[in-house]
Design a protein around this ligand. Structure first.
Ligand code: AMP
Length: 218
């Protein structure tokens, strides 16, 4: 199955992508994670991306399209994949259509995660993750069971994303509504858009998405 999780920053795409990935054994492809890895590694793409990401703007289409086109060639994508944070522009969506067409594959569904403004900002500003294994946490909604110790790997080091702050959030939301929200219409017109209410608890949202995916797998 090939699916896209679409929604503004803070809608819970990364969290839900991990759950789907574990539950259905399909790989999660997050362009945000890949770009952060490129930034950390200091590659040319990473050097360009860092400044853009810190501002909350979008990295150039050609860069992310190349990253995704290389990545979906890999063996672990044969069973399908979950796109988390890609496509983010109509140009990226058209490029994805072409990539899939060329490979004789097809996009099965686009899950649109809907969330209110207050929740988005609250989720973004409070989130952090384990510096070692990447497990995601939140100051209010998902604290580690033991304070300052990762539930998954026991590490005591945590990080916060440079762009997860109140100043950048407004720009990231503006960018989403200007550049990415047109994709809602794009996929609606192809009749593969399935909206879910992203406001509930993590498990509730996961259950809704699961129902949509089961219906497709039929
Ligand atoms: P995310 O982790 O999905 O919130 O992405 C973090 C940042 O990475 C975004 O604010 C963008 O600057 C950049 N980014 C991630 N995915 C894309 C994409 N598909 N197109 C352009 N920029 C992206």
């Amino acid at each position: 199955m090939i699916l896209i999780l679409l929604g503004p920053p803070g809608a819970g795409k990364g969290t839900q992508a991990k759950l789907i990935s574990n539950g259905r054994n399909i790989v999660q492809l997050s362009t945000g994670d890949m770009l952060r890895a490129a930034v950390a590694a200091g590659t040319p793409a990473g050097v360009h991306a860092k400044e853009v990401m810190d501002r909350g703007d979008l990295v150039a289409d050609e860069i992310v399209i190349k990253i995704i086109s290389d990545r979906i060639e890999e063996r672990d994508c044969r069973q399908g994949f979950i796109l988390d944070g890609f496509p983010r522009t109509l140009m990226q969506a058209a490029a994805l259509d072409k990539l899939l067409l060329d490979k004789g594959r097809k996009l099965d569904v686009v899950i649109e995660m809907r969330t209110g403004y207050k929740e988005l900002v609250e989720r973004i500003v409070g989130r952090f993750s384990c510096a070692k294994c990447g497990e995601g946490y939140h100051d209010r909604f998902k604290r580690p069971h033991v304070d300052d110790v990762c539930d998954v790997c026991g590490s005591t080091e945590f990080t916060r994303r440079a762009d997860d702050n109140v100043d950048t959030v407004t720009n990231r939301l503006m960018t989403y509504y200007a550049d990415t929200a047109p994709l809602i219409g794009y996929y609606f017109a192809k009749n593969i858009l399935r909206p879910v209410d992203g406001m509930g608890a993590i498990e509730e949202v996961a259950a809704q998405i699961s129902r949509e995916l089961d219906a497709i797998e039929g």
